[in-house]
Design a binder for this molecule. Sequence first.
Ligand code: URA
Length: 245
Amino acid sequence: MRLDRALANSGYGSRSEIRKLIRLGQVTVAGEVIRDPAFPLGGPAAETVRISGQERLLHDHLTVMLNKPAGCVTAMEDSRLPTVADLLPPAWVRTGLVPVGRLDRDTTGLLLLTNDGTLNHRLASPRWGVWKIYRFRYDGPEWTPGDVAAFAAGLTLPDGRRLKPARLVPRSGGVADLMLHEGKFHQVKRMVRTCGREVTRLHRHTFGPLTLDENLAAGASRLLTADETKALRAAVQMDEPAGGS
Ligand code: URA
C-alpha cells in the first residue's frame, strides 16, 4: 500500500495532511526520509514508520476504546445532539469508524468503535455470544435469590420476547452487575423494569475480553493495543491477518 494511504488509514491525519508531512521530510521508513507520498510499503508491520521522529504503527483497521460520558448519542452524526464522534480525533473519524452496538444517551462507559465491518458485525451479534458487563444503580427492593435465578433462566419481557440467560450479581448499596451477551434496545433497563425495579444509572465496564481502561477519563479515548485487538478478534473467532492489525 502507498505510504500516504497507509498512514491516513491508520488515523494519523487526512491524506493531504500526511502528504504535506511527507513532502516536508517528516516521515521516515526503515530510517530513510521518504519524500514520495506514493512510496510502496511492504505491508503493515513490515517496516518501521516514523512521523517527526515518533514511531507510528500501521493498522489494517482501527478499533477505538471510548469512555462514553452521559449526554452524547451513540452515532457518528446527529442534527441536534452531541455525538460520540465529537469526542474523537477527526483523523480517526475520517477512517470510517462505526460504533459497536449502542449505549443510551445517559449510559456511560466502555464503547468500542471500529472501521472493521466484520469485527463490528460479529461483536454486535448474539450469535458470537460476547459478554458485556454493566454496573447499575437502581431504585426498588433488594434483589433476591429468586431474581438471580430468573435472570439466569432467561427473562421474558412484557412484550413476550424471551431473553438469553444473564448473570445478575447484586452488590451492596443499591448497586448490581449484570452480564449479558445480547444487545437489544434498552435491554438492561427493560430487564430491570420487568423485575419491578428502575435503573437510575448505567455504566458498562467490560466488553468481551476488554475492560474499560481506568486511565481514560469520561470522554477520553485511545486505540486498542495490539494485544487487546488480538483478544477481541479471538473472542469472535477471526483469524489474524498476515501482517497483524
Ligand atoms: N441496556 C440499556 O438499557 N441501555 C444501554 O445503554 C445499554 C444496555
